[in-house]
Design a protein around this ligand. Structure first.
Ligand code: CIR
Length: 254
């Protein structure tokens, strides 16, 4: 969770057509833009340098740069998103990665979304989901191996978009997770903090250097983290939440 750099992409007007599992109304472009602006400001306040990519009208979900790639200080991996409308986002982000990283690997097979990947210090956890298949997960393990990273393949709860929709890393030993994911036993090696019932989308929080960014709509989670001694930065996620996104989705961090 110590990061110097991030990549983000400015939302395009087409973001209102972003994918969603259940239609709770479209977000507004202005609303998403405001949430994205505040996110970028919070990132800079947390001490990272941001590379800001231009909007892509042809790709409504391309603001969620976390999904088409995976980055580490050791190198980057161009993934293959499991949603048909998102696959070609990789061609848009790859040139930037090749410019910024000496080592850039391409996922050799299958499908994998970055939202399914939780980077913990000892091991990178890859969640199988409707977007990440076993072929993609195993192919990703071979890439991680080449970068010198240990990894493991785990399950994502049924009906949950991404593994990280339901969890985030708070520090080297601690994860924040929904009860439904914690119950599956994947976090036995960690200290676990469980999201209060009814605030499940708060699980996609984001530790960046000294602060934990958390959705502002989740007061009980914010209070829990605050009491545990974390410095919480609440950020609005109401609009991006309508297209199934949270805080981790909007950046690549290393
Ligand atoms: C999608 O369905 O792909 C987007 N509407 C949301 C992506 C969220 N990304 C993430 O959690 N990493």
């Amino acid at each position: 969770y110590h990061f110097n750099s991030i990549i983000v992409r400015t939302p395009s007007r087409s973001v209102v057509d972003g994918l969603r599992a259940e239609d709770r109304g479209s977000p507004t472009y202005e609303g998403v833009k405001a949430e994205h602006d505040a996110y970028l400001e919070a990132m800079r306040d947390a001490g990272v340098k941001a590379e800001v990519l231009p909007p892509l009208d042809a790709f409504p979900d391309s603001i969620f740069v976390e999904d088409p790639a995976l980055v580490f200080t050791e190198g980057a991996i161009v993934l293959r998103p499991g949603a048909a409308t998102r696959v070609r986002e990789t061609e848009e982000i790859a040139p930037t990665l090749r410019k910024m990283f000496e080592t850039v690997l391409d996922l050799p097979a299958g499908y994998a979304d970055g939202g399914d990947v939780l980077t913990a210090p000892e091991s990178v956890m890859i969640g199988l989901s409707a977007r990440t298949d076993i072929e993609g997960a195993e192919a990703l393990q071979s890439c991680l191996d080449r970068l010198g990273r240990k990894s493991e393949i785990v399950a994502t709860p049924e009906g949950v978009l991404h593994f990280k929709t339901d969890c985030s890393l708070l520090d080297d030993e601690t994860v924040l997770a929904t009860n439904r994911l914690a119950r599956s036993g994947v976090f036995k090696k960690f200290r676990q903090m469980i999201i209060p019932e009814g605030e499940e989308p708060a699980a996609n929080a984001l530790r960046v250097n000294d602060v934990v960014m958390v959705g502002a709509d989740f007061p009980r989670t914010i209070e829990m983290l605050d009491k545990a001694g974390y410095t919480v930065v609440p950020l609005k996620t109401t609009e991006i939440g309508k297209i199934d996104a949270g805080l981790s989705c909007m950046s690549l961090r290393w």
